[in-house]
Ligand binder design. Structure first.
Ligand code: GLC
Ligand code: MG
Length: 258
């Protein structure tokens, strides 16, 4: 096993009584309907003794903490933020340093910046959302944008990276080993948690990778267009209900509620 998978004691200690994990996207999945958040909090309260709770979001850690407080959601034990390029845990938001060591490999932020700046139709997102392992641009004209072409340009320049397109608008470039899905897989190995004991829920493009894994995947009813294709993938549950009600529906579907 990779050295970086050594788990910190504090990290595994936190999940020692949990038999399953619930990891959800924030925007338009966990939050979006306040009544649904209340219903979710009630359901989750009954499962908490045996269920670990995490979020996986495109937001920065501080922004994720603030928005969840505002929406009065249950408090996560696990924070996967900046599209999976950062992992923190516990009440003091400790950094999972092994993850950083793991994703660092072959990361070339300067070369990526240059290439994106030279790509027509892309504009850089504000400085506050740029992270050490996440470079984010927006597409000015989604009709003219072609993801495969951009991937091809990266390839031609010998840049290894993970390009994630979501909401028909955002382009996040991450180290090739990073994504929400890869972060969750890393955690499941660190904690020795089998994939089928992890339920993930999302609504948009940056959730694709985590939904496609062997974990119990749930797409909420209000999903965005780019996830339509996932209907062809076996084993992903498309909920009828929207936002946090869709998560609850998924918990029942996969028998995560005892
Ligand atoms: C969040 C981030 C943004 C990213 C988007 C999609 O909005 O702030 O940088 O592009 O999620 O992942
Ligand atoms: Mg979302």
């Amino acid at each position: 096993m990779n050295d970086y998978l050594k788990r910190s004691n504090k990290f595994s200690e936190m999940f020692k009584d949990k038999t399953q994990l619930l990891i959800v996207d924030i925007d338009n999945t966990l939050i979006g309907n306040q009544q649904a958040v209340h219903r979710f909090a009630e359901v989750f309260d009954k499962m908490h003794s045996y269920t670990g709770f995490g979020i996986a979001s495109g937001r920065r850690l501080d922004s994720a903490v603030n928005i969840l407080r505002e929406w009065q959601t249950p408090t996560p034990e696990l924070w996967i933020t900046s599209v999976g390029s950062e992992i923190n845990y516990g009440p003091s938001l400790l950094k999972n340093k092994e993850w950083e060591l793991h994703i660092k490999e072959q990361w070339q932020p300067e070369a990526i910046q240059e290439l994106l700046k030279a790509t027509p139709g892309l504009t850089q997102q504000p400085a506050v959302v740029q992270r050490p392992y996440k470079i984010s641009f927006d597409v000015m004209d989604s009709v003219g944008f072609n993801l495969s072409e951009l991937e091809e340009r990266f390839h031609q320049h010998n840049i290894l990276a993970n390009i994630i397109y979501s909401h028909g608008k955002h382009v996040d470039v991450l180290p090739h080993r990073a994504s929400k899905g890869k972060a969750i897989q890393f955690i499941s190995e660190q904690l020795n948690f089998p994939a089928h004991k992890i339920l993930v829920a999302g609504d948009s493009g940056n959730d694709t990778e985590m939904l496609k894994t062997e974990m119990a995947g749930v797409v909420v009813g209000n999903y965005s267009q780019e996830l339509e294709d996932l209907k062809k993938t076996d084993g992903i549950y498309f909920a009828q209900k929207t936002y946090a009600d869709g998560i609850i529906e998924g918990l029942f579907h996969y028998n995560f509620i005892r």
